[in-house]
Design a protein around this ligand. Structure first.
Ligand code: C2E
Ligand code: MG
Ligand code: MG
Ligand code: MG
Length: 297
């Protein structure tokens, strides 16, 4: 099909001469197999969702969760999104998968919100890929999902990467404004890894900026990463955005982020991505520990 041909033309253009060999042939076949398996995965309900908590760096309360997709492959076991989202994006299957993720995430989280286990100020974040973002039916789909799952719009947040937004800036601004008109919040994901110009950042209606894990990873050893992280936090605050640090794994990173007024953190230090049941327990335990003063990281 045309999409695939485009994909491979691009891939081959990117690759050096020496990689243009049997290997390539092999990956074309693998790609085709994956496309077919993805189609079955949707039909056979092989996708599941996990939720990773985001916590306030001021009081360690849970401010929300990020929804992350997993594929329970019948033979290959659990497959992480990096291995199939790019293919689904190229083939267009991401539209169906993405719509499923949005609806399922809202459905699953709505019970936690109703029971008050997640506070009404908490947000469920869902990742949007580039193709979903420019899908003309996106906003209608968002409205429909909010309606059927009865999630208040302010409890939903969409994460969009910097590179998606930079593909066509004027269109991106228009789509973002349309999303904002539904009451849903927008986060810019993996910030610092794309090539956005600061003059555009100020024009985007962004609520949350997520500092990419690659900047957090080497704190406190890399002075440059620390300088960049501190500057990005300060800039985001001046632009009235909330800042979330991705991939927080150590106490040293936490301490640095707190010293620099980063609002929220997400990472293995606080919690791995959790199933809905595990999330339920995490939220109850986290609240109890904070209330009886035994909370410590
Ligand atoms: P992302 O949106 O930047 O998500 C954060 C990724 O970092 C997740 O990987 C998460 O498991 C991982 N992570 C969180 N904390 C830590 C940490 O402390 N250390 C390390 N090393 N990693 C951490 P995951 O789940 O494999 O997802 C990878 C990417 O796949 C996501 O990056 C996102 O771009 C994409 N993705 C995931 N779910 C979806 C989805 O439903 N739709 C779309 N379009 N993309 C998705
Ligand atoms: Mg994300
Ligand atoms: Mg991210
Ligand atoms: Mg990332």
């Amino acid at each position: 099909n045309a999409d695939l041909a485009m994909y491979w033309a691009k891939e081959m253009g990117r690759n050096n001469f020496q990689f243009f060999s049997e290997d390539m042939n092999h990956s074309i076949l693998e790609h085709l197999a994956l496309e077919k398996e993805l189609k079955e995965a949707i039909q056979r309900n092989q996708f599941t969702l996990v939720f990773q908590p985001k916590v306030s760096l001021f009081d360690y309360s849970t401010t929300g969760v990020e929804t992350l997709i997993r594929w329970e492959h019948p033979e290959k076991g659990l497959i992480t999104p990096d291995h199939f989202i790019p293919v689904a994006e190229e083939t267009g299957q991401i539209i169906d998968i993405g719509n499923w993720v949005l609806e399922q995430a809202c459905r699953q989280i709505s019970s936690l919100l109703r029971e008050g286990i997640l506070p009404p100020t908490a947000k469920v974040a869902v990742n949007l890929s580039a193709k979903q973002f420019t899908d003309p039916n996106l906003v209608q789909h968002i409205r429909t999902v909010l309606e059927i799952t009865k999630i208040p719009p302010q409890c939903l947040e969409l994460e969009i990467t910097e590179s998606t937004l930079m593909e066509d800036v004027e269109t991106a601004i228009a789509i973002m404004q349309e999303i904002k008109s539904t009451g849903v919040a927008i986060a810019i994901d993996d910030f610092g890894t794309g090539y956005s110009s600061l003059s555009y950042i100020k024009r985007f209606p962004i609520d949350v900026l997520k500092v990419d894990r690659s900047f957090v990873m080497d704190i406190p050893d890399d002075k440059n990463d620390m300088a960049i992280t501190a500057a990005v936090i300060a800039m985001a605050h001046k632009l009235s955005m909330n800042v979330v640090a991705e991939g927080v794994e150590t106490r040293e990173q936490l301490q640095f982020l707190r010293q620099n007024n980063c609002d929220e953190g997400q990472g293995y230090l606080f919690s791995r991505p959790l199933s809905l049941g595990q999330l339920h327990r995490f939220l109850i335990e986290n609240k109890a520990r904070r209330e009886n003063g035994t909370y410590h990281i």
